[in-house]
Design a protein around this ligand. Structure first.
Ligand code: NDP
Ligand code: AKG
Ligand code: MG
Length: 743
C-alpha cells in the first residue's frame, strides 16, 4: 500500500475481550476522527488472522489473508508509524490447536499443528506454526522502549474510589519458593561485545566425544551489545519441585507455579512440563508406554493429558484417569484457575501467567482458590531467582506492614528496556534444551569462545542480548521522565547478577555522558528496589522504576494492580526508536474470563479505559506529526471525556445488569462530543459536534435501553478465536439509535 493511502492511525484487530470491545468502539473513533480528516484503519494480528496468513496454500482465494503483522512490523520502523495496539493472545500449543480446529469447523482447510513431525513437510509446517506460538506479536512491534504510567486523572479516580484489597495477616503462610541454585540466575555469564568481537557469531553443542553441532548460526553481533548465556539444570529443577511439593503438604498450603510460558515461549513451557511431570510422576512412570504412544507431552499440561487419554479404550482410559485422580489426591492441593470446572494451575501453561497471577494473589491478601472453592494461603513457586525476589519481598513487606491503602498510595511508573527484542524476551531463537551431556558454547566471529557451559541432557540453555542503541535510548528516556516529574527514579539492577553488572557499567557511562549524575537516579538490586518503592508509595510519593524487559512486564502489572485495581487502566507508550509512536492499551491482556461472561450472561465487563488513554496519546502525537491543530483539539477532548467518564462513574461494572463495556462507549461518545462542542479552540468543530452531543444526550434513555436489552441472556458470537462478524456486530452494537447517530 502506498504511503498516501495508508490510514493515519492503525488500530489492531486482536482477540477475546479487547476485540469484542473494538467492534463497538472503533466505529465511534472512526466517525469522530473523520471530521478532522483523520483515517483510522485496521490490521489483523489476531491469533486466527495470523494462522490464516501463515498457510495460504491451504485456503481458497477468498479465504486468504495478508500478513498484517509483517506489514506492521515494517511500519513501526518508520517515523510515520502511529499504531494503537491492543492486547492479543500469546498462544500456548493447546490454544493454537483450538484455534486451528475452530477454523477447520468454519470451513478453512488449515492443517493440524504437527505435534510429532516426521516428514520434512511436517517439520516445516511445525516451524511455521511455531512462529505464531507464544508471544509472537509484541516483540515484533515493540521497536522502541516502554513508558508505562497511570494518567493523573486515572490515579486520582482510583484514590477517591478505591478497589477492594484483601487484608494481609502477619501469620499468612503464603510465600515464594525459588531454586537454591543451578538456575538461570546462578549460571549466568555476560559480556559486552567489543569492536574486535563484533560480527557473525554462532552457538554450538559439543558432545562428550567432541563432536560439534551447530545450534544457531548467523547471529550478527554489534559492538556494545550485552550478550548473556545461562542455563537451568533440569535435574536440579526436578529435585527442587519434589521438595516443594513435600513442603507444601507439610505446611498445609496450596501448591502453585508461576511462569511466563507465553512470552518465554521456548524455555517456560519446558519448565512447566517438569512441574506437570513431577506432580504426576507416578502416572507418567507407570503408563510411560501408553502415554508415549499417545504423544502426551507434559509441556502441554494436564488438560492435554486428559484430552489424549480420552481417545483410549474405555477400560484403559478409566484406569489412567483413576491413577491421575489418586496421584493428585496424594499431593498438596493445587491453586485453581477455575475450581468449578476443575481447571488446575497445571492444566494449560498459558492459564497462569506470572505478571497477572501473582499480583492478583498479592492484592487478595496472599490468597488463591483451592479445589474446594475456598481461598487459602499458597506456596508460589517461581523457580528462577532472577526476578522471584520482587514477589518474595512484596509478600514479606505486606506481612510486616499490612496491605497497601489505594486511597493514599503514590505510584510506581516504569521505563522499560524493550526495543530490538532486548534481553530474555528476545531469547527464543537462542534457547535450547541440551540434546545430550556436553558443552554449549557461544563462539564469536573472531573465533573466540565468549561463553560456555557444561550441560546435561535436558538442561535449558539460553542466550539473551541487548543492543547498545536501545540501552542508550532507555537510559535517556529514564532521565527525561525523571526530569519531567522530579520523582525519585531507580534503575533496578543487581550488581551480583552477571547481566546486570554489565548494564550497570553502561548505565553509569551514559548518565555521565548525558550530564545526569546530579539528578539523583539510583541503582538498586530488584529486591531492595521493591522495598524502597513500596515504602515511598506508602508515603504517597511517586517513584519511577527504570528496568529491563522482564521487570517492565512484571512491575507494570504488579504496581497498577495494587494501586488501581487493574493494569488495564495504564497509559502505555512505546516511543519507537525511528520516530513513530505505538500506543498500547493498558498493560494487561485479553481477559478470557470476560468473554465467558459475555457468552453466558450477555454482559461484557471489559473496561476500555486503556483504549481511551491510548487514543488521546495517539491523536496528540498525530496532531504534531501532521501539524494539524484540529487533531490536537480532538485528542484533548478524548482526555476530557475520559476524565468525565471516570468522575461520573460510567465505567463498566462486574455484574450483569450493571453498566457494561457497550454502555461505557456510549458515555464516552457523549462526553467526547460534549467536550468538542464546548471547546473554544476550533469553532467549526464545536458547531459540528453541538447537535451530535445534544442528540446523544436527548436519546440517552432509549439508547441505554437498547444497549441493555440482551443483558442476562446468552450471546452468540459464532466463534471464539474467529468470531462471525455479523453476529459480533449484532451483540456489540445493539442500539440502532446510537449507531445512527455515530454513523
Ligand atoms: N499486551 C499484550 O498483548 C498482552 C497479552 N496478554 C495475553 O492476554 C491473555 C490473558 O492473560 P492474563 O494473564 O489472563 O491477563 P489479563 O490481563 O488478560 O487478565 C487478568 C485479569 O485482569 C483483569 N483485566 C484485564 N484487562 C481488563 C480490562 N480491560 N478491564 C477489566 N478488567 C481487566 C480481569 O480481571 P477480572 O476477571 O477480575 O475482571 C482479568 O481476568 C493471554 O493470552 C496473554 O497471552 C497478556 C498480557 C499482555
Ligand atoms: O506478549 C505477551 O505475551 C505479554 C506481554 C505483556 O504481558 C506485557 O507487555 O505486559
Ligand atoms: Mg505484562
Amino acid at each position: 500500500m502506498s504511503d498516501k493511502k495508508r490510514p493515519d492511525i492503525l488500530y489492531t484487530i486482536v482477540d477475546e475481550a479487547p476485540q469484542l470491545a473494538s467492534v463497538s468502539l472503533l466505529p465511534i473513533i472512526q466517525s469522530f476522527a473523520s471530521t478532522v480528516d483523520v483515517t483510522v484503519g485496521t490490521r489483523d494480528i489476531s491469533l486466527a488472522g495470523r494462522i490464516l496468513a501463515t498457510v495460504p496454500e491451504f485456503l481458497t482465494e477468498g479465504q486468504r489473508q495478508s500478513d498484517d503483522l509483517a506489514v506492521l512490523g515494517e511500519l513501526v520502523k518508520t517515523p510515520e508509524a502511529n499504531v494503537i495496539k491492543l492486547p492479543n493472545v500469546s498462544a500456548s500449543i493447546p490454544q493454537l490447536s483450538a484455534a486451528i480446529s475452530e477454523l477447520q469447523v468454519q470451513g478453512f482447510a488449515v492443517p493440524d499443528y504437527p505435534e510429532n513431525p516426521q516428514t520434512e513437510a511436517e517439520k516445516s509446517l511445525q516451524a511455521r506454526y511455531d512462529a505464531i506460538k507464544g508471544s509472537a506479536v509484541n516483540p515484533v512491534l515493540r521497536e522502541g522502549n516502554s513508558d508505562r504510567r497511570s494518567a493523573r486523572a486515572v490515579k486520582n479516580y482510583a484514590m477517591k474510589n478505591p478497589h477492594s484489597m484483601g487484608a494481609w495477616a502477619s501469620t499468612s503462610k503464603t510465600h515464594v519458593a525459588s531454586m537454591p541454585g543451578n538456575d538461570f540466575y546462578a549460571n549466568e555469564k555476560s559480556a559486552t561485545i567489543s569492536a574486535a568481537q563484533a560480527g557473525k557469531a554462532k552457538i554450538e553443542f559439543v558432545d562428550t566425544a567432541g563432536k560439534v553441532s551447530l545450534l544457531k548460526g548467523d547471529l550478527n553481533l554489534l559492538e556494545g551489545t550485552v550478550v548473556d548465556a545461562t542455563f537451568m539444570s533440569a535435574t536440579a529443577l526436578r529435585a527442587f519441585i519434589r521438595n516443594e511439593i513435600v513442603d507444601a503438604a507439610a505446611q498445609g498450603v496450596l501448591f502453585s507455579v508461576h511462569l511466563k510460558a507465553t512470552m518465554m515461549k521456548v524455555s517456560d513451557p519446558i519448565i512447566f512440563g517438569h512441574f506437570v511431570y513431577v506432580y504426576l510422576e507416578d502416572v507418567f512412570t507407570k503408563h510411560a508406554d501408553v502415554l508415549a504412544e499417545l504423544g502426551a507431552n507434559p509441556n502441554n499440561g494436564i488438560g492435554d493429558l486428559l484430552a489424549k487419554i480420552d481417545g483410549l479404550p474405555a477400560d484403559k482410559k478409566a484406569e489412567i484417569a483413576a491413577d491421575i485422580e489418586a496421584s493428585m489426591a496424594a499431593k498438596p492441593p493445587l491453586y485453581m484457575v477455575d475450581s468449578d470446572k476443575g481447571i488446575t494451575n497445571l492444566h494449560v501453561s498459558s492459564d497462569v501467567i506470572i505478571d497477572a497471577s501473582l499480583p492478583a494473589l498479592i492484592r487478595a491478601g496472599g490468597k488463591s482458590w483451592g479445589p474446594d472453592g475456598k481461598a487459602a494461603d499458597t506456596k508460589c513457586v517461581v523457580p528462577d531467582n532472577c526476578y522471584a525476589g520482587i514477589y518474595d519481598e512484596t509478600i514479606n513487606y505486606f506481612k510486616e506492614t499490612g496491605a497497601l491503602d489505594p486511597t493514599t498510595s503514590g505510584s510506581v511508573s516504569n521505563v522499560g528496556l524493550m526495543a530490538q527484542k532486548a534481553e530474555e524476551y528476545g531469547s527464543h531463537p537462542t534457547t535450547f534444551e541440551a540434546p545430550a551431556n556436553g558443552t554449549i558454547r557461544y563462539v564469536l566471529a573472531n573465533g573466540e569462545t565468549l561463553h560456555s557451559h557444561e550441560v546435561a541432557a535436558g538442561d535449558i540453555w539460553r542466550s539473551s542480548s541487548a543492543n547498545a542503541a536501545p540501552i542508550k535510548d532507555w537510559v535517556k528516556l529514564g532521565i527525561s521522565r525523571q526530569k519531567a516529574t522530579g520523582s525519585a527514579a531507580v534503575f533496578w539492577l543487581d550488581e551480583n547478577r552477571a547481566h546486570d553488572a554489565q548494564l550497570i557499567k553502561a548505565v553509569k557511562a551514559i548518565l555521565t555522558e548525558e550530564g545526569a549524575n546530579d539528578l539523583g537516579l539510583q541503582i538498586m538490586a530488584p529486591r531492595e528496589a521493591t522495598r524502597y518503592s513500596l515504602e515511598l508509595i506508602r508515603q504517597g510519593k511517586d517513584v519511577i522504576s527504570i528496568t529491563g524487559n522482564v521487570l517492565r512486564d512484571y512491575l507494570t502489572d504488579l504496581f497498577p494492580i495494587l494501586e488501581l485495581g487493574t493494569s488495564a487502566k495504564m497509559l502505555s507508550i512505546v516511543k519507537l526508536m525511528n520516530g513513530g509512536g505505538m500506543f498500547e492499551t493498558g498493560a494487561g491482556g485479553s481477559a478470557p474470563k470476560h468473554v465467558q461472561q459475555l457468552v453466558s450472561e450477555g454482559h461484557l465487563r471489559w473496561d476500555s479505559l486503556g483504549e481511551f488513554c491510548a487514543l488521546g496519546e495517539s491523536l496528540t502525537f498525530l496532531a504534531e506529526s501532521k501539524g494539524d491543530p484540529r487533531v490536537a483539539v480532538l485528542g484533548r477532548a478524548v482526555d476530557d471525556a475520559t476524565e468525565k467518564l471516570l468522575d461520573t462513574g460510567k465505567s463498566p461494572g462486574r455484574k450483569v445488569g450493571q453498566l457494561d463495556n457497550r454502555d461505557s462507549h456510549y458515555f464516552f461518545a457523549l462526553y467526547w462530543a460534549e467536550a468538542l462542542a464546548a471547546q473554544t479552540d476550533d469553532a467549526d468543530l464545536a458547531a459540528h459536534f453541538a447537535p451530535i452531543a445534544a442528540e446523544l444526550a436527548a436519546k440517552q434513555d432509549v439508547i441505554l435501553a437498547e444497549l441493555s436489552a440482551t443483558q442476562g441472556q446468552a450471546a452468540d458470537l459464532g466463534g471464539y478465536y474467529h468470531t462471525d462478524l455479523e453476529k459480533t456486530v449484532a451483540v456489540m452494537r445493539p442500539s440502532a439509535t446510537f449507531n445512527a447517530i455515530v454513523g
